[in-house]
Design a protein around this ligand. Structure first.
Ligand code: NAP
Length: 485
């Protein structure tokens, strides 16, 4: 049934099947980044409420884990349908708190539903093994079982789909969850509580708490009832959560920061490379972990690539995400704009040429002009730092070896892209790049069917694909002896 946006905008937390406020009554304001106006509040919860949510999830786990994968799949399919029936309302809610263009928000909500549907099916295929026994009178079974209660912490840049990639496999596997959405975009997270309730998930299977990141994070990581932490966000916070999870030896999955290189070789199809560059850079105003952070372009096509990227960048329509035709919305907050300004100033000081944009947009607030910086060099800060804004620094390179070396010169290893028409080079470069996600002649590659995740300091574990459910399962080995065979 179709519902209004306001139906999903809950100003309460979802704990043990009830909608509740913080014990203290404290709240957090939620601001629309396009208008800078407060659109509502959500509870500012802490350790005590989180502990209750964990207890509710633990109680629900005892019966939820005993349901059949088929029954869980039926509920997940209902959840999928509820999301798609309300795609427009959920997309509008996402735009209001996050700022991205409505078309991108619709895409994100559709992706959320797709993850749920994928894991409804994958949950039915969590096969174990019957292993040939070295003993004549014993048999060996290997089984997969849900890990238990999971704690999920998500960021503001994809407030709906980052939760889908965690709740989908967790619920399908038979786990129960306590989720903490980002404070800047809590409504898209709380909407999962509304949807789960309406789809008919039992009380306590899905719990959503908002509030103090450190208090909720400390309870989730220290409470022994939580058996797994799944986190998407910055590398800095991810490292803290790994350290804190060590105390109770929890499983951890970490989807952390990136520093994506985008390589264009002399033999590339330049039109295709520019179209891919725009998609891989300016989506969500450059605020995605897989957004290109550094363009490396070979000498022979450098000037032409810069010229074409400038043309394409200057055509982008900046505005409120709810306005028809908007391709780039505001940045999430003032701090994000200041960081982008600092990086542009650093580049200009070190010889970079601002050839498009370069400053705050005339729309004011946190809007920033889509920007291109030519003659970028390795001593500039964006060689190592995530920009998280609409800025394209373009470096030159001479040969393949140099390009791969520069691309790998970072602690991160999430996404990368390269454009070439040479099949041999495609394999050499693909095998040389130390990244978890590689687009060859493609700028947008995320799909529910494939494993998403980084190498090095970009993370641990995979989300999506058949791999994405593994982290929610424990493997048990059972030896059955005395069979008298
Ligand atoms: P963030 O500051 O790390 O925050 C992410 C989440 O962690 C938020 O819910 C935040 O809560 C919470 N948090 C902050 N400090 C915490 C603590 N001490 N203990 C427990 N939780 C804590 O990241 P962000 O700025 O929201 O997101 C941007 C980052 O996410 C970028 O680095 C981006 O690359 C990365 N990212 C990675 C992927 C991926 O799949 N690899 C996808 C998307 C984004 P509050 O909001 O309440 O502070």
């Amino acid at each position: 049934m179709l519902k209004k946006t306001s139906h999903f905008m809950r100003e309460a937390n979802f704990i043990g099947g009830a909608w509740v406020g913080a014990d203290t009554g404290a709240t957090i304001d939620v601001v629309n980044p396009a208008t800078r106006q407060t659109i509502g509040t959500v509870p500012k919860c802490g350790r005590a409420e989180t502990r209750r949510a964990i207890k509710a999830a633990e109680e629900a786990f005892h019966s939820w884990k005993k349901t059949s994968a088929n029954d869980r799949a039926k509920l997940l399919r209902k959840l999928h349908d509820a999301i798609m029936d309300n795609q427009e309302a959920l997309a509008e809610l996402l735009v209001m708190e996050q700022g991205k263009p409505l078309a991108e928000a619709r895409g994100e909500v559709g992706m959320s539903a797709a993850y749920v549907l994928w894991y409804a099916e994958e949950g039915r295929r969590t096969y174990g093994d019957v292993v040939p026994s070295p003993w004549a009178d014993r048999r060996i079974l290997v089984t997969k079982e849900p890990v238990g209660v999971i704690g999920a912490i998500t960021p503001w840049n994809f407030p709906s789909s980052m939760l889908a990639r965690k709740l989908g496999p967790a619920l399908a596997a038979g786990c129960t969850a306590v989720a903490k959405p980002a404070s800047q975009t809590p409504y898209s997270g709380l909407a999962w509580g509304v949807l789960a309730e309406e789809a008919g998930f039992p009380a306590g299977v899905v719990n959503i708490v908002t509030g103090s990141a450190s208090e909720i994070g400390d309870e989730l990581t220290e409470n022994p009832l939580v058996r797994k932490i799944t986190f998407t966000g910055s590398t800095e916070v991810g490292k803290t959560l790994i350290r804190k999870s060590a105390g109770t030896v929890k499983k951890v999955s970490m989807e952390l920061g990136g520093n994506a290189p985008f390589l264009v070789f002399d033999d590339a199809d330049l039109e295709r490379a520019v179209a891919g560059a725009v998609a891989a850079k300016y989506r969500n105003s450059g605020q995605t972990c897989v957004c290109t952070n550094r363009f490396f372009v070979q000498e022979g096509v450098y000037d032409r690539f810069v010229e074409k990227l400038v043309e394409a960048t200057e055509r982008l329509k900046v505005g409120s995400g709810l306005e028809e035709g908007t391709q780039q919305g505001p940045l999430i907050d003032e701090k994000a704009v200041e960081k982008v300004e600092e990086l542009v100033a650093d580049a200009a000081e070190k010889g970079g040429k601002v050839v498009a944009g370069g400053k705050r947009h005339s729309l004011g607030g946190t809007f920033f002009e889509p920007t291109v910086i030519a003659e970028a060099s390795p001593e500039m800060r964006f060689m190592q730092e995530e920009i998280f804004g609409p800025v394209s620094p373009i470096f030159r390179f001479n040969n393949e070896e140099e390009a791969v070396r520069l691309a790998n010169d970072t602690a991160f290893g999430l996404a990368c892209y390269f454009y070439t028409a040479d099949l041999g080079r495609a394999f050499r470069v693909m095998e040389g790049l130390r990244y978890g996600l590689i687009g060859v002649n493609e700028g947008i590659i995320t799909t529910v069917e494939a494993p998403f995740g980084g190498l090095k300091e970009s993370g641990l574990g995979k989300e999506g694909g058949h791999q994405g459910i593994e982290d929610y399962l424990d493997t048990k080995y059972v030896c059955i002896g005395g069979l008298g065979l």
